[in-house]
Design a protein around this ligand. Structure first.
Ligand SMILES: Nc1ncnc2c1ncn2[C@@H]1O[C@H](COP(=O)(O)OP(=O)(O)O)[C@@H](O)[C@H]1O
Ligand SMILES: O=C(O)C1=C[C@@H](OP(=O)(O)O)[C@@H](O)[C@H](O)C1
Ligand SMILES: [Mg+2]
Length: 164
């Protein structure tokens, strides 16, 4: 959360002339409600079930840039689909930076409590190994604009062999 997946992903899609899809926005469009509402009514498990279904669906698309939610690596099926069906970029961000970028937002239910920095730290410890396992490319996102990060990712993807 707060790494810049949604923002950088949109720039990257523009640079590559591809369609951009944000999994959370797509889920909101398909259900007609927002992410906090889904967490509220169905809990995190309900959200994860919907997310898993959606990732299976979207990862079969070709020629898109897909920004996932940060918790996507929590389910093994998601990790497998992303790894097998696309090229995965891990936008690494320090917890302090994540916290600064997310502290005013009301849109991330997991952080709507007293000590969001502690939650971000715990989630990082749990998830970082999975992000690294799934990633084809690891990009530290420290102190660079979203557009320059997208340009860097674009360049690195272009240097890689096309995924068959
Ligand atoms: N490289 C960046 N530099 C400065 N601000 C950024 C950068 N990437 C994202 N942001 C800002 O941080 C916030 C969270 O970004 P977002 O793209 O929603 O992250 P994610 O989708 O990974 O949770 C947004 O307000 C966005 O404008
Ligand atoms: O890290 C997570 O578990 C989540 C990240 C969010 O997306 P962003 O990573 O785009 O904030 C969103 O999917 C949901 O609130 C859960
Ligand atoms: Mg996002």
């Amino acid at each position: 959360m707060g790494a810049g997946k949604t923002t950088v992903g949109r720039h990257l899609a523009r640079l590559r002339g591809m369609q951009f899809i944000d999994a959370d926005h797509e889920l909101e469009a398909r259900t007609g409600v927002d992410i906090p509402y889904i967490f509220d009514k169905e809990g995190e498990a309900g959200f994860r079930d919907r997310e898993e279904q959606l990732i299976d669906d979207l990862s079969q698309e070709r020629g898109i840039v897909l920004a996932t939610g940060g918790g996507v690596v929590m389910r093994e099926a998601n990790r497998t689909h992303l790894k097998n069906r696309g090229r995965v970029v891990y936008l690494y961000t320090e917890v302090e930076q994540q916290w600064r970028r997310t502290r005013k937002s009301k849109n991330r239910p997991l952080l709507q409590q007293d000590n969001p920095k502690k939650i971000l730290k715990e989630l990082m410890a749990l998830r970082d190994p999975w992000y690294r396992e799934v990633a084809d490319l690891i990009i530290p996102s420290k102190a660079q604009s979203a557009r320059s990060l997208a340009m860097l990712i674009n360049q690195k993807l272009t240097q890689m062999e096309p995924k068959s």
